[in-house]
Every structure is written in structure tokens, then in C-alpha cells.
Design a protein around this ligand. Structure first.
Ligand code: NAP
Length: 334
């Protein structure tokens, strides 16, 4: 089998570290791994398949001879290096939001629109983490009847803000337990014992940039250009796994039984829906694995053609690293 030279841009961060773990777990055909990060990390090492690999500072020349670049850095870094990556002939599977809505760039969730990988021109975007989890959960419903609109509220874990998020939560819990005050750095307010109903800056009529991703990216992934989504994104003091409450509205009635049946068979989903026995998706149960758990499926009492559900998924894995590596697997299959 052909072996590929794979670079991870942002190899030391929350998503980059997970990518390196998942490349090993899924036995991706990596001939050579090139971990790239900032000058701060250059010279440090990480372990890949039992061997120490040196981390290099990212620079345009680092992409020569690379087949696939897995992007795990912020927008400005992705934008800065994308031209060099494409020029070097590599495919850039990027986790930032820099290229997601570019009409020349496919935006892919392999369980939903794997066919879109085929028209890439050197860049494929990985969607927003909450959007990946939501569309993986509702895509099967869309096969019964097109989804017209959704109302979603997200409960997003602190690790969604990068490797510094969990450290800040733990530091604050410890400081407060000693009776000390805590100074927020990663988040705009204290996150310990609190909820912060803002992720991203204001983008449109009081909605934040993170909230608008659910509509804009959801439309592109599910090929539903008219889809309307009202979303509220909330940072919660959970270490890992995002949870989302979703109400879907269709043009026709979809029963709870129909929904359970298709979700139970949907790729990437696990139906966990037994309220009487207190079984439903929870972030502790969905962490460090790749399935999106879906439950609490019930009629929407405000709309006869609506259904409500609750889903949870590991946003560092399925919401970022695993989804990107699944895209790379589609590329290799091509
Ligand atoms: N965390 C999540 O759950 C999640 C989910 C979905 C998507 N994403 C997206 O994935 C990307 C990475 O997020 P993250 O949470 O992993 O962030 P992070 O933990 O803060 O990691 C950022 C990475 O970028 C590297 N970096 C910073 N400046 C650089 C430079 N000048 N050149 C090369 N590399 C540089 C850092 O290297 P140093 O260690 O050397 O600074 C680090 O490896 C972001 O676009 C984020 O929006 C994150």
C-alpha cells in the first residue's frame, strides 16, 4: 500500500495532538510524519508509533514533498500557509474557519457529503465542531424529509477553545477552592461554576460568528441552501464533548419512531434514547470516542411538523481531528 508524507500544522495543540493519536489508532498509511508548530515548539519532540519525532517551525519550505497537510491552527496561520501548501502539490485538510465558505473549497463531513471531496482544488475544509456534531445527528432525518429549519442551543466544552481551555477551568476551580479570586485569560469571564452565552464576536443581528456557522456551514454540507437555523452557543464548564439541543422542522410530519429507526442505522451515530431508564447522551460518555450519541427524541410541541432531540459528541475527535482524518482517508481511497 502506498505510504503518504503527512504534515500536521499545529501539531502541539489540542486538535493537532489528537490528530497524531488518531493517525496511529486508525493505522493511516503515514510513510513520514512532519509535525509543525510555532517557533516556541521547534526542537521539542513528540512520539509517533513509538519513535521520537522532532517538531519543526512551520515555514513555506516545510511543505515540499508533503502529500497531505492536516491543519490544526488558527485562521491566520491557515491563510498564511495555504498558498505554499497548494503550490507544493499537497492537499490541505484544514480545521480553521478560513476557507469553509469559499465556493472553491469543499466542506465535508464524511458521513454526510463524502462525494464533495472529489471537486477539491488543493484545500478541503473541516466544518465547525458543533456543526459537525449537529449535522451527523440530523442528516438521517433529512433523508426522511428535507429539514426546513432548526433551532439549536449548544453546550460547548472548554477544550473547544484549545489546549488552554481545560487548564483555565482547572486553575479556577482550584483557586476558588482556596478562597482566592480567579483572573480569566482564555475566556472573557470566569468559566468555573458559570456559563458564558457568547462564543465568537457579534456577526449578524445579535448572533455571534460561532452561532451563524450552524446555518451557513449546515447549508453547504447538507446541500440545503434554504435551511434556516437560529442558534445559541454557550460555553459550559465541561472539559470535553459538546452537547446540542436541536428542534428540527420539516414540511411534513416525521414521527419519533421514524426518527429513531433512521438514527439507529445512521453512520457515525449511536441512538441512546431511553428516558424511563435515564439513558441519554452525556458528555462524559461521549468523550474520547468518535460517535455522535443521539437521544431525547420527542415531538416539538410548538410545531406539528417538528421534532426535538439532544446529541453529544467529542468535539476534539469527531468535531475536528477524526473528521479531518476521515477526509484524508477518502482522499487516499480516491
Ligand atoms: N479545540 C477544538 O475542540 C476544536 C474543534 C474544531 C476546530 N478547532 C479549530 O482547530 C484549530 C486548532 O485549534 P486548537 O484548539 O487545537 O488550538 P490550540 O490548542 O491553541 O493549538 C494551536 C496550534 O497552532 C500552533 N501555532 C500557533 N502559532 C503558530 C505559527 N505561527 N505557526 C505554526 N503553528 C502555530 C500552536 O503551536 P505552539 O504550541 O508552538 O504555539 C498549536 O500547535 C483552530 O482553528 C480551531 O478553531 C478546534
Amino acid at each position: 500500500m502506498k505510504q503518504y508524507t503527512v504534515a500536521v500544522l499545529g501539531a502541539t495543540g489540542a486538535v493537532g495532538q489528537e490528530m497524531i493519536k488518531i493517525l496511529q489508532e486508525r493505522d493511516f498509511p503515514v510513510g513520514k510524519l512532519i509535525p509543525l508548530a510555532s517557533a516556541r515548539s521547534a526542537g521539542k519532540t513528540l512520539t509517533f508509533r513509538g519513535e521520537e519525532v522532532a517538531i519543526r517551525e512551520a515555514g513555506d519550505e516545510a511543505f515540499q514533498g508533503v502529500d497531505i497537510v492536516l491543519g490544526a491552527a488558527e485562521n491566520d496561520i491557515a491563510q498564511r500557509f495555504a498558498p505554499a501548501i497548494v503550490k507544493a502539490g499537497a492537499v490541505f485538510v484544514d480545521n480553521s474557519s478560513a476557507f469553509r465558505l469559499d465556493p472553491k473549497v469543499p466542506l465535508v463531513v464524511p458521513e454526510v457529503n463524502p462525494e464533495d471531496v472529489s471537486w477539491h482544488q488543493g484545500i478541503i475544509a473541516n466544518p465547525n465542531c458543533s456543526t459537525i456534531i449537529a449535522v451527523t445527528a440530523v442528516n438521517a432525518l433529512n433523508s426522511i424529509a428535507p429539514i426546513r429549519a432548526m433551532t439549536a442551543s449548544t453546550y460547548q466544552a472548554v477544550s473547544g477553545a484549545g489546549a488552554g481551555g481545560p487548564v483555565e477551568l482547572m486553575n479556577q476551580v482550584e483557586a476558588l477552592s482556596r478562597g482566592e479570586r480567579c483572573q480569566p485569560k482564555v475566556f472573557s469571564h470566569q468559566i468555573a461554576y458559570n456559563l458564558i452565552p457568547q462564543i465568537g464576536g457579534e456577526q449578524l443581528e445579535g448572533y455571534t460568528s460561532e452561532e451563524m456557522k450552524m446555518q451557513n456551514e449546515g447549508r453547504k454540507i447538507m446541500h440545503l441552501p434554504q435551511l434556516k437555523v437560529s442558534c445559541t452557543c454557550v460555553r459550559v464548564p465541561v472539559v470535553r464533548s459538546h452537547s446540542i439541543s436541536i428542534s428540527c422542522r420539516f414540511d411534513v410530519s416525521v414521527t419519533v419512531e421514524q426518527a429513531r429507526e433512521v438514527i439507529a442505522k445512521a453512520p457515525g451515530c449511536k441512538l441512546v434514547d431511553d428516558l424511563k431508564n435515564q439513558r441519554y447522551p452525556m458528555p462524559l460518555d461521549t468523550s474520547d470516542q468518535d460517535l455522535v450519541f443521539v437521544g431525547r427524541i420527542r415531538p416539538d410541541l410548538t410545531d406539528e411538523n417538528g421534532l426535538c432531540l439532544w446529541c453529544c459528541g467529542d468535539q476534539v475527535r469527531k468535531g475536528a481531528a477524526t473528521n479531518a482524518i476521515q477526509i484524508a482517508e477518502l482522499l487516499v481511497k480516491e
